[in-house]
Design a protein around this ligand. Sequence first.
Ligand code: SF4
Length: 269
Amino acid sequence: MSPLYLGKQFRRLVQFAALVRPSPKIHETLRDQVHAFIGPTNRLGIGNRKTATLATYRPVGATCPDSCPYLGKGCLAQKGNVGIHQRASSAEVAPALATAAVGILYAMVTGNPWRELVSGDAGKTWEDAREYHEGLVLMLSIAKEQPNAPRWFGWRYTHLPRTPEGLAMVGRLKSLGLFTRWSDYNGPGGALVKPHDDQTIKALKAQGMKPFRCLEQSTEYENCMTCRACWERPSHTIIFKANANQYTKPNKERPWTIYDLAPTEEQRE
Ligand code: SF4
């Protein structure tokens, strides 16, 4: 997809987004508009108990660095509902950018950042990810200029290496409102899979880290939209428990009425 075409079409979509209001089916409205103006999207999810926002998918493996230690060895995105969505998504860049366009527009309409790439990654290498990242930079730059632009459009995690090129791109995307956490990195902006017990947390602090237990995993009612630590606490390392199943169930005890975006049963995954 040429940058000229993407930029022109995305500007039209931004004008449309300025006119619509949040509704239970806003993600479907935006997806249909993006389909008409840019092209087909990958799978989109909404109603996940953990994130409580729009989530996007790419296929696992084809878009992930080969160095990821979980690929084929316990990757959560290869299981359950996420596994179904990622297998039904395309590894091509054009649908990934169309899907990201829905996420950016969703953030503009609702004020809630979208969870970019619950499955898959930006590419096998930074070079492989370049076209996708350049498209993201283009769309985020346009969105950022708008009067209704939120501070944050989205957040994500990557297993790509912390190279100078990668750090520069992550910084650029952050300045435009897309926060990236480094998976399996024990440092600021990192995310680790470890137990939540006090001994583990104490040991991490002794190494000079600032560990933060994922709130959704350590409390009964929190989710990403109430917590926001993953993108608003850049100096912390988020600690996730190894527990796959709780991510896939809608939160029946605390439905989405607090966001005025309560999904229907079909929209719940
Ligand atoms: S730490 Fe907070 S924002 Fe990050 S995944 Fe957990 S609940 Fe979501």
